[in-house]
Design a protein around this ligand. Structure first.
Ligand SMILES: C[S@@+](CC[C@H](N)C(=O)[O-])C[C@H]1O[C@@H](n2cnc3c(N)ncnc32)[C@H](O)[C@@H]1O
Length: 387
């Protein structure tokens, strides 16, 4: 049997997670890993492309570049995309969707770029096959990514289809659930070891705890997901895909770690309970309805990773008082813990009143956040307080 050659691939991610994504790809065996802005490029075989789609926690989508060209004038976009043999990838009965991302180009509107690219492909297929394929933005047979940076355009197939943050386990949510890819990235950035007890005191629907538990068990990120873009490609290899899943599933282990989630909202705890039941993690993660200010530490010492309310979706009446409460509660009750919080409320987080030992910039959607670490040393009460 001849060895399949490798080809270039791109994993897209959230700004701030490029480092953790690069090391994840390396540990999955990807070659030529190189960090980019909100993305990591690498090389791999079809097997690697399937594996990364199934197992990688911190990628939003995996792209397989098809061709590349320069744009000197606007008309080049339509003409170059029209020239590509799309009939090798798509039947006239099939549907397509275009995702366009632009920066510093002659175009100012990504919708216009998507429209022009779609016209070129549809016109090509009509001319070659006598019929136009349709557009389906939700479940297309082929999702195509058009990326324009300055005068350079890369056209890629989207091997993931829907974003990989859609893990398939979230059956119920609160008003402001954290993106699953961001949650996994935060757990990785925190350097949690998968053994130290973990507590999320504002757990909402439980995303951070579920991502942490899956990481601790080495359970593939896509274990509960059913659909990937490449499954509808002409060259889809179901046997290879089954092998990738079987190999990755076989690496899942038992995790012997205590995990606890609490939230002041009963509805949030109900959502978390539903999600934990679906994932089979309900016996492993305990839950409680309690405000942070009233909660008793569930372990003698451990890790806290949490995303308190900070954006428009969850209004806090007095955010300064809220963040002061977080700091006071940490000082009073959580000596011996390492605590990490993500927030975009850069003014209010100062009111936690503790000296952070790390501040990592990371984005939550459009919101620029800091992921902040506090080491709450045991037996030296007050020493960690700001001077
Ligand atoms: C941004 S959401 C967390 C979302 C969660 N990570 C998820 O994925 O669903 C913030 C959560 O903090 C909770 N909350 C707000 N104030 C609280 C307090 N004082 N004590 C405990 N929980 C609180 C809210 O009920 C909400 O569920």
């Amino acid at each position: 049997m001849t060895k399949e050659s490798t080809f270039p691939l791109i994993a897209k991610t959230i700004s701030g997670l490029e480092d953790v994504l690069a090391s994840e790809l390396e540990s999955l065996g990807a070659g030529g890993v190189m960090k980019l802005n909100r993305a990591v490029s690498f090389t791999g075989t079809t097997e690697m492309m399937y594996k990364v789609n199934y197992a990688c926690r911190t990628a939003l989508r995996i792209l397989k570049p098809l061709f590349h060209f320069e744009i000197l004038e606007q008309k080049d976009l339509y003409e170059k995309i029209y020239e590509f043999p799309w009939e090798d990838y798509l039947d006239a009965e099939h549907s397509l969707a275009i995702d366009a991302v632009i920066s510093y180009t002659v175009f100012t509107n990504s919708q216009f770029v998507a429209q022009k690219s779609k016209d070129a492909i549809v016109d090509r297929l009509r001319d070659k096959l006598g019929k136009r394929p349709s557009v389906d933005l939700e479940h297309p047979d082929l999702k195509i990514n058009v990326h324009l940076f300055k005068d350079s355009c890369t056209v890629a197939l989207d091997a993931s289809g829907q974003s990989l943050h859609r893990r398939g386990y979230r059956k119920s949510t609160g008003p402001a659930p954290i993106n699953e890819v961001l949650a996994a990235g935060l757990v990785k950035l925190s350097c949690w070891d998968g053994v130290t007890p973990l507590f999320d005191p504002m757990c909402g629907s439980g995303t951070l705890l579920i991502e942490a538990a899956m990481l601790a068990k080495n359970m593939p990120a896509g274990y509960f997901r059913e659909e990937w873009g490449f499954m509808k490609w002409r060259d889809f290899d179901p046997q290879l895909w089954d092998k990738v899943k079987t190999d990755q599933n076989a690496m899942t282990t038992e995790a012997h770690v205590k995990m606890h989630g609490s939230d002041r909202a009963e509805r949030a705890i109900e959502s978390a309970r539903e999600n934990l039941k679906f994932t089979g993690l309900y016996e492993e993660i305990t839950l409680e309805t309690k405000s942070f200010e009233d909660v008793q530490p569930p372990f003698d010492k451990g890790f806290i990773i949490s995303n308190p309310p900070y954006d428009e979706r969850l209004q806090i009446e007095d955010s300064l008082a809220f963040y002061k409460m977080i700091g006071d509660t940490l000082k009073r009750k959580f000596a011996g813990y390492t605590a990490w919080f993500i927030s975009s409320d850069l003014d209010s987080i100062k009111f936690i009143g503790l000296r952070p030992s790390r501040r990592i910039p990371v984005f939550n959607g459009p919101l620029e956040c800091r992921f902040i670490k506090f080491d709450l040393f045991a037996g030296r009460k007050g020493e960690q307080e700001k001077q």
